[in-house]
Design a protein around this ligand. Structure first.
Ligand code: PLP
Length: 417
């Protein structure tokens, strides 16, 4: 965990109640449970209340402001409930400032549209969520060049950026092939050409990886996934330095403000993030091992498994490997269909990071909007199934998944790829 995560946020000059400091030695669970405490003058509630309001009383004088609020103006800009979740994420990622958004894509579009200008180049370093790739492709309409590097091209990062590169967007592990990129080297490379490095840390979560401590400028999350953790909210987050977040704030989140109730649900879920991630990490590792030699499986995609080099980077920059893995099935699309049909409790659904295990087919879900050539370029085809392992009993998961693999035609014949 980064050392500066315990520091209270800087006061912006308004009379907003500040969050209590927390000792630097407090670990992740302690920070998540006690990291956003501040006095509730109305009732002394232990759990921060939900401020389900769009606007706030406007004081007619400074003395009234001290007594009757006047610290907040309008919920698109700021909301006390949203600040609680922001503070928890900020402390866990170890940044100076954090902002919450209505979704991960809301966070990403606010960051990109606030930080780039015509003639700038944005580089997608390795595989990205399909929606992110689609958004970057749209940028050409605004005179911004977008260049995508495959996971293989992005290894090693040196000499891939140009003088016009202003922003590098990267995921590690990547979606859905779980490739691992060396974030420290990518940060150095981005800074060499005066570009910013934005890391989508959705798959790893701040429990497993802190990109800011590795030199990244901005961390982004789809809080819809592990941070929310229960598949019942949409949210996004950005964490970075004060000046960078202020540049994004200047655009008032471009309208992608979270609803206060979603912020409340997120803050509630964050308190158990460390516990949940411990089980997700365990289930990911155990299931990867259990299915690796199955005759129906051509390949398991799991963080660090692509090469010895990636294993070394993963061991250095991650504390756990997460609960997502993908399988390439030997029998192609028919085998994928049979596998999904024989699952007992694992849901077939898009998304990831919830307490319940999900199986999805990237060509039909996360990467459905990319054309076949773009998918092939990043190594995604119809033989691929992505698994988001929840927090069920590990043995039950192994049983459900290996049982469905056994039901695939020819599962016992070990035909080569
Ligand atoms: N980043 C990653 C890695 C994702 O998997 C997703 C969604 O699947 C997003 C970003 C987009 O987030 P949201 O769905 O919250 O807009």
């Amino acid at each position: 965990m980064p050392d500066d995560a315990s520091a209270p946020p800087k006061n912006d000059g308004r009379r907003r109640p500040r969050f209590d400091p927390i000792p630097a030695w407090a670990g992740p669970s302690t920070r998540l449970i006690h990291g956003a405490r501040r006095p509730d003058f109305n009732a002394g509630a232990v759990v921060p209340p939900i401020y389900q309001t769009s606007t706030y009383h406007f004081p007619s004088s400074f003395s009234e402001s001290a007594e009757r609020g006047g610290t907040y103006l309008y919920t698109r800009n700021e909301n006390p409930t949203t600040e609680v979740a922001e503070e928890l994420i900020r402390r866990l990622e170890g940044g100076e400032s954090a902002r919450l958004f209505a979704s991960g894509m809301g966070a990403l579009s606010a960051a990109i549209l606030s930080l780039v200008r015509p003639h700038d180049e944005v580089v997608a370093a390795g595989g990205l969520y399909g929606g992110t790739t689609g958004l970057l492709q749209e940028l050409t309409r605004f005179g911004v060049a977008a260049r995508s590097l495959s996971d293989d091209d992005a290894h090693p990062p040196e000499h891939l950026l140009t003088d016009s590169t202003r922003l590098v967007v990267i995921e590690s592990p990547t979606n859905p092939l779980l490739r691992v990129h060396d974030l420290r080297r990518w940060a150095e490379e981005a800074h060499r050409v005066d570009a910013l490095l934005l890391v989508d840390n959705t798959f790893a979560t701040p429990i497993n990886q802190n990109p800011l401590a590795l030199g990244a400028d901005l961390v982004m999350h789809s809080a819809t996934k592990y941070l929310g953790g229960h598949s019942d909210l949409l949210g996004g987050a950005l964490v970075g330095s004060e000046p960078l977040i202020e540049r994004i704030d200047a655009h008032q989140r471009l309208g992608a403000t979270p609803d206060p109730f979603a912020s409340f649900l997120l803050a509630r879920s964050l308190r158990t993030l460390a516990l949940r991630m411990a089980r997700h990490n365990e289930n990911g590792a155990r299931v990867a091992d259990a299915v690796a030699e199955h005759p129906a499986v051509a390949r398991v995609h799991y963080p660090g498994w692509a090469s010895a080099d990636e294993e070394e980077v993963a061991a250095r920059q991650m504390r756990g490997r997460g609960g997502v893995l993908s399988l390439t099935l030997k029998g192609g699309a028919p085998a994928v269909e049979q596998f999904l049909r024989h699952l007992t409790f694992v849901h077939v659904a898009a998304s990831l990071g919830g307490v319940e295990s999900l199986a999805s087919v990237p060509v039909q879900s996360s990467h459905v909007h990319l054309d076949a050539a773009a998918r092939r370029a990043v190594g995604i085809d119809e033989r691929l199934v992505r698994l988001s392992l929840g927090i069920e009993e590990t043995d039950d998961l192994v049983r459900d998944l290996t049982g469905a693999l056994d039901a695939v035609d020819g599962a016992s014949a070990s035909s080569p790829l």
